[in-house]
Ligand binder design. Structure first.
Ligand code: PRP
Ligand code: URA
Ligand code: MG
Length: 213
């Protein structure tokens, strides 16, 4: 598994405003959107392309088009939905599949409550969107779901990751014969006793959409 912490002053600036407890929901949603587009630029460095002969007004040349099958973008509901528009701005011809997952706040176990994805993902590059990689349980389950259906290349885009979650994910994926890359805006200090990322940004879903319960 590769972890790419995107080091860019604009990313750091936007992330600082995002983390601030005084940032309201409309601003939080806008910054999430802007950050994802910046992270997506890094995350799609190895998106598959095929050669494409074209003719410009001046003459023929060969460029590239995105390869078939199209990449699959998979936001993890609820919080990952806040990352979808920013991703699709960069990859407008991708397809989108949805996974609804929630972490039990007592046990920190992730469970899946909804899915809308093709049965067969053979040969597909998948881009998983989830702002928080905390214990790593949610992302590990999402990756397993996608690779069980045949996805052969996974990139997860997260706003924040905890070192414990990265370690757990690496252990959880041991033996998986599919390349996995995590692209994140920051690798934070640790998890607290409630499984929240420190310093983090709090509950990403609640900050995007309001308190869920
Ligand atoms: O790495 P983990 O320890 O599994 O935690 C991370 C998950 O927790 C949050 O979702 P949450 O369960 O709060 O659902 P929500 O998006 O509906 O708020 C977050 O968006 C991740 O999906
Ligand atoms: O810090 C955290 C951990 C899990 N989920 C969140 O939304 N925030
Ligand atoms: Mg939440």
């Amino acid at each position: 598994m590769r972890v790419n912490v995107v080091n860019h002053p604009l990313v750091s600036h936007k992330l600082t405003v995002l983390r601030d407890e005084h940032t309201d929901s409309p601003t939080f949603r806008r910054l999430t959107d802007e950050l994802v587009t910046l992270l997506a630029y890094e995350a799609t460095r190895e998106v598959r392309v095929d050669p494409k002969p074209i003719t410009t007004p001046v003459g023929p040349t060969t460029g590239v088009y995105l390869a078939q099958p199209k990449p699959m973008v998979v936001p993890i509901l609820r919080a990952g939905l806040g990352m979808l528009d920013g991703m699709m701005r960069l990859l407008p011809t991708a397809e989108v599949g949805f996974l609804g997952m929630v972490r039990n706040e007592e046990t920190l176990e992730a469970s899946t409550y909804a899915e809308r994805l093709p049965e067969d993902l053979s040969g597909r590059q998948c881009y998983v969107l989830d702002p928080m990689l905390a214990t790593g349980g949610t992302l590990a389950a999402a990756i397993k779901f996608l690779t069980d259906r045949g996805a052969d290349d996974i990139t997860a885009i997260c706003l924040l990751a905890a070192p414990e979650g990265v370690d757990n994910l690496e252990k959880g994926l041991a033996g998986l014969d599919v390349p996995v890359t995590v692209v994140t805006a920051a690798l934070d200090q640790k998890l607290n006793e409630k499984g929240y990322i420190v310093p983090g940004l709090g509950d990403a879903g609640d900050r995007l959409y309001g308190v869920a319960h």
